[in-house]
Write a protein that binds this ligand. Structure first.
Ligand SMILES: Nc1nc2c(ncn2[C@@H]2O[C@H](COP(=O)(O)OP(=O)(O)OP(=O)(O)O)[C@@H](O)[C@H]2O)c(=O)[nH]1
Ligand SMILES: [Mg+2]
Length: 241
């Protein structure tokens, strides 16, 4: 029985889906994958169904009716992972911004180095971001500075979406209470884990901008993060996390 499940949310990732799946399955550790697709009009899910014939029992697919945001896609994937008894559950994007080869480093941090939650972090050893415009790097970097100031969490990359969770973390966090969908979702998960006293470690990774497919980043996602962090701080103060 495999112990690791990589949850990959997708919306219109037809240009990346096959190669990202193949990249994960070439790793030496036997990772399983769950794709959570929001009924992508470009046929992403159909491609996964086709690949399931080749990767029976280790490639899973859950299709939701409509585009409902990254946060809810992950919550959906986490519940599926818990139900199917995986011990280590990963978050990873489909667009190769996260290098699948780093999955093993994150796994090792949780398995051998006492982390409950391991973050693939862009900012522990300088700024390890390739091909992002400066404006995007600054936004992301200062988002983490802002999160550190407001929450007191000592995490260099608070919006990172490349994560390994031990099962126990996802069992403990009340997944139905997760509110946010974009960057704020990533912050919220880390903050809830921090509030529960879980050990969080950052593992340096290099993040590369997508070369194929379209970004789903938007102004609404940034706004949600700016106000969301303040609301999280208040909720923690009143013990509502
Ligand atoms: N299921 C689902 N997946 C989504 C949704 N929005 C984004 N995704 C996926 O989540 C991952 C991250 O989305 P991106 O568009 O790369 O967002 P980002 O990484 O913040 O932005 P870029 O750096 O510009 O790529 C990708 O695998 C997307 O396909 C959504 O509403 N539903
Ligand atoms: Mg991306």
């Amino acid at each position: 029985m495999a112990d690791c499940l990589v949850v990959i949310p997708t919306y219109n990732e037809i240009e990346n889906i096959e190669s990202i799946i193949r990249a994960v399955f070439t790793l030496s550790h036997p990772f399983h994958i769950l794709i959570v697709d929001d009924n992508s009009p470009d046929g992403t899910a159909e491609k996964v169904v086709e690949l399931q014939k080749e990767f029976r029992d280790k490639l899973h697919l859950s299709v939701r009716k409509k585009k409902s945001g990254l946060g809810t896609a992950y919550v959906h994937g986490f519940k599926w992972a818990l139900k199917h008894q995986y011990e280590f559950i990963f978050e990873m994007d489909a667009d190769f911004s996260h290098n699948p080869n780093d999955l093993e480093k994150l796994y090792s941090s949780c398995k051998n180095d006492s982390a409950d939650l391991a973050i693939g972090s862009r900012y522990v050893t300088g700024v390890n971001v390739v091909n992002w415009p400066l404006s995007r790097v600054l936004l992301s970097y200062f988002a983490s500075v802002y999160v550190r100031m407001i929450t007191g969490m000592k995490i260099m990359d608070a919006t990172a979406g490349f994560i390994c969770y031990k099962r126990e973390v996802l069992e403990t966090l009340k997944l139905d209470r997760i509110k946010f969908i974009g960057y704020a979702f990533q912050i919220e998960m880390k903050y809830r884990a921090f509030a529960k006293g879980f050990v969080i470690k950052e593992v340096p990774v290099i993040f590369t901008d997508r070369t194929k497919g379209q970004s789903k980043m938007s102004g609404a996602i940034i706004k949600e993060a700016v106000f969301g962090v303040i609301s999280l701080r208040f909720r923690k103060m009143f013990n509502r996390l």
